[in-house]
Design a protein around this ligand. Structure first.
Ligand SMILES: Nc1ncnc2c1ncn2[C@@H]1O[C@H](COP(=O)(O)OP(=O)(O)OP(=O)(O)O)[C@@H](O)[C@H]1O
Length: 259
């Protein structure tokens, strides 16, 4: 049996009268790729927000490596090894890709925002090792050739790779990717899937939200399906593809995700 790194038990988040996530029991296996799928508004991003501590849950339990963590703040969850990317990546467009990584790395690790902005002596002293880390991260995500380009001038696919590099800079245990292939073309989607496989091959646990079903089915070891905040299925890609509830709610004809 694979080791479970993260588990939710009846995890629930209400916004007023709406249960965006409702009684979700889910398990994430260590070192594997888990995909969260479901129609628009199913609660996928809210589920990520609960796991990363962005929102406190209304009720239920969240366990990370055997520890109850549902009351932790985002910075505490980051310390415990949860890193995430967002649907859109905010970068300093007037700075180079390399500088974005150096500053982003500082923001996500020991020095605070003020250090990063005002270039304190602590930051300057660390800058060389930061630069080395940034170079290493850029090389890993295949972006060495754009290191000196302004962030404003990179493609959407390169922005996605930069987001991965920023998240990896914290040496996380679990990487949460929110629509890692959103807004990129089919060829670039294949390239990003390869990068996610490469990240997974280092032993990192990856969770992703994605609407592109070809990518999800080819990439995920395990899929969790949400609909109206509830988990309606989980299993291997083959099991999910054949599940009547999932076909009805999401994969069937007439739904965008069928493509
Ligand atoms: N901060 C919030 N305040 C109030 N309602 C919210 C908030 N965040 C999400 N919701 C609601 O919770 C439900 C689930 O939204 P969520 O963004 O988690 O879905 P999703 O599955 O990620 O959708 P999509 O695929 O469109 O990104 C929606 O009805 C949404 O309007």
């Amino acid at each position: 049996m694979p080791e479970i790194i993260l588990e939710t038990k009846a995890l629930t988040k209400r916004f007023g009268g709406l249960a965006a996530v409702k009684d979700v029991d889910a398990k994430v296996e260590k070192g594997r790729i888990t995909a969260i799928i479901g129609p628009n508004g199913a609660g996928k991003t809210t589920f990520f927000n609960l796991i990363s501590g962005t929102f406190p849950s209304t009720s239920g339990e969240l366990w990370l490596e055997g520890q109850r963590v549902e009351r932790k703040r985002p910075d505490q969850m980051a310390q415990l090894g949860i890193a995430r990317t967002f649907q859109t990546t905010s970068l300093f467009d007037g700075a180079t890709v390399m500088d974005n990584l150096i500053v982003g790395h500082r923001l996500r690790t020991s020095s605070g925002l003020m250090d990063a902005i005002f270039q304190t002596s602590r930051l300057k002293a660390d800058e060389r090792s930061c630069r080395a880390k940034a170079e290493e991260a850029l090389d890993f995500v295949g972006l060495t050739h754009v290191a000196n380009r302004l962030a404003a001038d990179v493609t959407q696919e390169e922005r996605k790779r930069i987001a991965f590099a920023l998240a990896l800079a914290t040496d996380p245990k679990i990487l949460l990717l929110d629509e890692p292939a959103g807004g990129v073309n089919p060829e670039e989607t294949v390239g990003l899937a390869d990068l996610i496989r490469k990240i997974s091959a280092t032993g990192l646990t990856v969770c992703l939200i994605e609407h592109k079903m070809d990518m999800v089915m080819g990439l995920a070891d395990h899929i969790i399906v949400l609909d109206h905040g509830e988990k309606i299925a989980d299993g291997t890609p083959a099991e999910i593809r054949a599940n009547p509830l999932v076909i009805e709610a999401y994969l069937g004809a007439g739904h965008d995700a069928a493509a």
